[in-house]
Write a protein that binds this ligand. Sequence first.
Ligand code: ACM
Length: 521
Amino acid sequence: MYKKLFLPILFFSSFVSIAVNAQNNDPYMGIVPAPVSVKKLSGDFIVNQQTVLVADSITNKAVVFLADFLQNKANLIVKPQAYTGQSVNNGIIITSAGADALPAQGYRLLITPQNVTIIGRGAGIFNGIQTLLQLMPLEYGATIKIPGAEIDDYPRFTYRGLHLDVSRHFFGVDFIKKYIDLMAMYKLNNFHWHLSDDQGWRVEIKKYPKLISVASNRAETLIGNYHDRTPQQFDNTPYGGYYTQDQVRDIVKYAADRYINVIPEIDLPGHSKAALTAYPEYGCNIASSYTVSGTWSERHDVFCPSEATFSFLQDVLNEVMDLFPGKYIHIGGDEVAKDDWQNSKLAQDVIKKNKLKDEQGLQSYFVKRMEAIVNARGRTAIGWDEVLQGGIAPNVTIMSWQGEAGGIAAARQSHDVIMVPSNMGLYLDHAQGRLGTEPVGIGSYKPLSMTYAYNPTPSVLTPGQQKYIIGVQANLWVEYIATGSKVEYMILPRALAMAEVGWTPLANKNYKDFLETRLPQ
Ligand code: ACM
């Protein structure tokens, strides 16, 4: 009896003391991503029922977020009060006073036995709150003890993204919010939502209802890995899902309340088989029929460059821009098969009429037409690095996924770049363990150490050109990922390593500390 009780207690208490010692030895106090500057101070701040929350604006969404957190997680009701500039005792003070010199998204966090002070503006305040929450213990009773510290912090890159494909498999609103919660905790500020592909269209467009009634459903899905069986076998089970416009607005607001921008991707002119199943008149292959794809990697069906197609896509992009107020609209541009265009009189006529060199020139022409629609609303288009082929569109931001070459070329042409090289640990659908030790997936081997080691500023660029690298992102394609728990399995912990790549100054990165101390915590 004693033995039975004693052993678990011994084990548990030694575990707790290891965790505390780890935090004591860790220069970054357990914080992910590691901050710019951390100074430990003696003493603790105790959040209790008497603690007051004072802020310049009590309706500031970061302040509301903190008050909600304390109430929901710790049952501590701290109604925000207006900050008058007077000192308060036992207070959490949130103010922009003194924030003028802080870099964008930066904050200063001071924790003493008397007060917690967070100084920042906008996202900076929210980032400071996330650091504060990471300093709280995982378990607490009626009070929360936070260790003393002086932290000055700001991001290395303004753009830190996480992508999710919802076409190959669909994830509902609650899961998307959970994904956004995780992003907020680790200061990731751009959610790239891949809403359309050959295997399903996922966003309601009022003007074109068949994008939902037809394009959001497929008849069946491939069983196992693409290469597992010859011939391939299918599950004979219809699969579908989509977001209503109300659900999209709800998610966009949920993200904005956490200072996360949502970037919708409508992938054009390739990866469009689902849309073409609903509206075959915008394809080059009207004679043959299209079906929403139930297998992966087969992408020959592209939009045909007719004026009717451009007008359809203009309507679609305009509805998308009504739903998504952010700066960026992703227009795809990857893996555009050229055979449909080679065999299409209409496409060949467009090439001749516009004096384009070839199908690559036509791709460039197509992307430029799409970019103009986005720019007309004051927005910026993002394209995958293939949009460099045949001449880059004038204002496009490049997402470099086929290694870094596209990003390097774009930066040399003074275009903004987001680095997502698939071969350097930023494609989180790739296996994180050795071959044979992982569930069914796309394969490859991209361990956590590789993601962590990535540096988004290639040394072949001059410091001036490196300024065009605005950030970094990790992508999750979901051909082989059908459930939320498998999404989490694949992104964790590599998304946290990517968060540190995007936020932490190079000089502060330390894989041993990240892996052995902060990650377990
Ligand atoms: C991509 O992975 N096709 C962007």
